[in-house]
Design a protein around this ligand. Sequence first.
Ligand code: ZN
Length: 317
Amino acid sequence: MPTASSKPTTRAPSRATSSPFWRFPFWRKAALTAALATSAAGLLGAASGCSTEDATAGERAPAQRSPTAGGAVAYASAAPEKITTPPPASGTGVRIKTCPARQGKVVALSFDDGPSPYTDSLLAILKEKKAPAAFFLKAKKLARDFPKYEDYRARVKRIAEAGHAVCSHTFSHSGLVGPHVTEATIRADITKAEDLIADITGRRPKCLRPPFGDTDDRSLAILKEYGYQVILWNLNTDDWRFASSDRKKDFDPPQILALVQKTLAKSQGPFIHIQHDSEESEASIKMVPQVIDYLRDQGYTTISLQECLGQPIDIPR
Ligand SMILES: [Zn+2]
């Protein structure tokens, strides 16, 4: 994924009652309806990485068949059909591609690689649409040696104050997998990001999206050790490809919505969506209202990452 490195982001755990969303009537209403039922509908298909995969291939178990007395095989009509699809992944140190705690037409919005010059525009859109989201932050932008760090830290504070989930997308965004990645660099990439985010929000993120969506057994084991829920996605937009200012050759923002339509046509929720909030994402952010409107027109409810996971996304600092 040659270009993905400059784009995606991620976010994590819950802040339950401290979240401003819980104080909004619309949000409380949505939360109550949620009730965190464990999903058995394993729809799934996710993609990998910071956005290069078409994530939504669905899998369904074939209908159960039972042998008749004569040895022939007939479709059972009386016995309930057994669904053998495994439940969606949940918990720490496993790749979560769809909502383990919800079923049906729900979607958790998420934005990678922020903060960016467009973060406030995105926050205004989400406020106007009354939609919660998760932000997977590229934490090196919050360190003191980053040119805009004070401005970017203020943006992260506004993300948290608006009640959105603040998750980690690691510090360096260089990846948790590869020949040059050591255990020490993985640990540093995770903990530096966590410390920087906690310093701003007062909460330690326990949700993380690995750069490019790439993990291996070693990185997953380390993420589990740190208590991280590893959030992938199953509603890709390929916005980094179609609506990024540094990909002029492919620039075609409506393709974001087209990919959402294509995914919904062949799969169903719950969905974890992905777009980006990077320095190249102005056009992508402008498509967010259309993406939300389309999802709602199709009967989907936007839910928080906490509701999607049924687990806290963060802990006190
Ligand atoms: Zn990224």
